[in-house]
Design a protein around this ligand. Structure first.
Ligand code: KG4
Length: 338
């Protein structure tokens, strides 16, 4: 079954063709990162306009690169939540038009479920159940992935997402947006014990997380140093910060996997590209005898292939949307409202 997957929830317009949920025939991405970098963050209105500009040609190119014709497409899958509402709407409306013109089913896909599906592509043998750790620019969630479309939230951030926190810490360190990757690179030259940063715990909610105190701590260190005219150890601060995020995520993921009795942990989302977090997860998983699944870097960020992949499993579970499908800025990963 060939699924055309469409993603436009933030600053990447992406269209892909995936066969039977696992085999990627094409995966086209048009990133707006450079356009938004000058503003230090994604400007929603600009993102929407650029999705409109890019999406049609990108879909043509995804079909051509897949070596198929439009008539071969069996269903259209699209991110309908969560994301920047104007941006998501562009993909949803394009997908409606495509599904109607091709006379094929329209399948709504939750963006975070899509991130989890990145590992179905990277590891064809991976099947639920497993523990899911989703760390992206807008979400930080520990999930019990019981089945492809049966996902329960075990814990999530109470405030900022890990990626948001990386971007903010990078910004005060004078690094370009999005700051996760440059901060990761800066951290490699630093000592992670240079600064004592907080690792928040939430009483009574062992799998919930909080990153806003960590973010404020980094901002305060930089501002205090500026006011006193003293230099900060930038690589040291970056390394201490990455260690604090990793210390928040990794032990929780391991504890949740142990509690549920899962021997597999699947990690997804843009922050899953972080070298410190990857290294710590690998070490902890090896120690606990768990198998770790992490997407290759190109599948960590937003892409259309993961939406087409999850779309296939949603399709098998019976998910269908009509021409009245709406876009939603927020939606829990364990819900499917459309
Ligand atoms: O999953 P994603 O592409 O978009 C969302 O759906 O949110 O994640 C983007 C986030 C950004 O906050 C970016 O700074 C972060 O992923 N990121 C990283 C790294 N690469 C990207 N964070 C830490 N280390 C990295 N190497």
């Amino acid at each position: 079954m060939l699924i055309l997957g469409i993603e436009s929830s933030c600053d990447e317009t992406a269209v892909a063709v995936v066969e039977d949920g696992r085999r990627v025939l094409s995966d086209e991405i048009s990133s707006q990162v450079d356009i938004h970098a000058v503003y230090g963050g994604v400007v929603p209105e600009i993102a929407s306009r650029n999705h409109v500009r890019a999406i049609s040609a990108l879909a043509d190119s995804a079909v051509a690169r897949a070596g198929i014709t439009k008539g071969d497409i069996d269903a259209v899958a699209v991110t309908y939540a969560p994301g920047l509402i104007g941006a998501v709407l562009v993909g949803v409306n394009f997908a409606k038009g495509a599904a109607m013109a091709l006379n094929v089913p329209l399948v709504p896909v939750h963006h975070i479920r899509g991130h989890l599906a990145a590992n179905y592509i990277a590891f064809p043998e991976l099947e639920p159940p497993f523990l899911g750790l989703i760390v992206s620019g807008g979400n930080t969630i520990l999930a019990d992935v019981r089945d492809y479309t049966d996902i329960r939230i075990l814990g999530s951030t109470r405030d900022d997402a890990a990626g948001e926190c990386f971007d903010k810490a990078a910004r005060v360190l004078g690094l370009p947006y999005p700051g996760g990757r440059p901060l990761d690179e800066l951290a490699r030259g630093g000592d992670d014990k240079t600064y004592d940063l907080p690792r928040a715990k939430i009483e009574g909610a062992p799998y919930d997380m909080s990153f806003s105190g960590l973010k404020t701590a980094v901002v305060n260190i930089v501002h205090n140093a500026e006011q006193r005219g003293v230099a900060i150890d930038r690589p040291g601060l970056a390394a201490s910060f990455a260690a604090a995020v990793s210390d928040t995520l990794v032990p929780r993921a391991m504890a949740a996997a142990a509690e549920l009795g899962y021997d597999r942990i699947s990690v997804a989302g843009g922050v899953a590209a972080n070298s410190r977090i990857r290294r710590d997860l690998e070490a902890a998983a090896a120690k606990a005898g768990k198998r770790l699944y992490m997407p290759p870097l190109r599948l960590c960020g937003d892409n259309g292939a993961m939406i087409a992949s999850q779309g296939y499993f949603e399709y098998l579970a019976g998910a269908r949307a009509g021409m009245d499908l709406n876009a939603y800025a927020t939606m829990r990963v364990d819900r499917a409202v459309y």
